[in-house]
Design a binder for this molecule. Structure first.
Ligand code: ATP
Length: 204
């Protein structure tokens, strides 16, 4: 067994920024969002299931998931969100397991935005790392990045696990309230901590 870190956090908290820094340190990062994107691109293996459940209206002309339409639906309709998750999660989980098996860095980061909402990863993950920031930064950074309005970001935050619950379940928390340089320094400290923990998780 090697050390597998589950990285999570709310929308716009800095998960991608954090995983980019771990990658630069030579650590393999498996990203559930990227896998979901692959599954839902044109010819992606989730597309026929989505078409069957949601109808042709949710498929773009190029054969990929009509992302904007689906996002609008699932953040206003919990039942539809669950239906989409039921299609995607098992497929994502299979791919994550496969990527973990072939990963070769000293430890592996698996970035899963919904890690704490889904019980299914407890077998693979040894420690949970939460990237956290104040809600005001989640909102302003997401508005800046995605061009969403404040209400849209707030409704996404409301549909996710609460910050406090996330922090309660974390083994480690990195607070991303300052600039990117500060985040980089914090990630490097965390990276060294994981390296120092490797013996504990080494194969016996
Ligand atoms: P999502 O859940 O929406 O995928 P995320 O958690 O991956 O988001 P990022 O994409 O890393 O978050 O960060 C959101 C935005 O905030 C990005 O545009 C990123 O460049 C910016 N950002 C992240 N951390 C900081 C920071 N410390 N200072 C300024 N901007 C930041």
């Amino acid at each position: 067994m090697s050390l597998i870190i589950g990285l999570t956090g709310g929308i716009g908290s800095g998960k991608t920024s954090a995983t980019n820094i771990f990658s630069a340190e030579g650590i393999t990062v498996i990203d559930a969002d990227k896998i979901a994107h692959e599954l839902t691109k044109s010819q992606g293996i989730a597309i026929p299931h989505i078409k069957k459940e949601f109808g042709q209206d949710f498929i773009s002309k190029d054969g990929s998931l009509y992302r904007e339409k689906m996002r609008n639906l699932i953040f206003s309709n919990a039942y539809s969100r669950k239906k989409l998750e039921d299609i995607l999660h098992p497929l994502i989980q299979i791919e994550i397991k496969h990527c973990i098996e072939t990963a070769s860095s000293p430890y592996t980061i698996v970035s899963i935005p919904l890690l704490l909402e889904t019980a299914s990863y407890s077998e693979e993950i040894n420690r949970i790392l939460v990237i956290d920031c104040d809600e005001k930064y989640q909102i302003s950074r997401t508005i800046l990045r995605d061009g969403l309005n404040e209400q849209e970001v707030r409704s996404i935050i409301a549909a996710q696990e609460s910050r406090q619950l996330r922090i309660n379940r974390a083994d480690d928390v990195i607070v991303n309230n300052a600039d990117i340089c500060t985040l980089e320094n914090k990630i490097k400290i965390q990276h060294n901590k994981y390296l120092s923990l490797l013996n504990k998780y080494a194969e016996v």
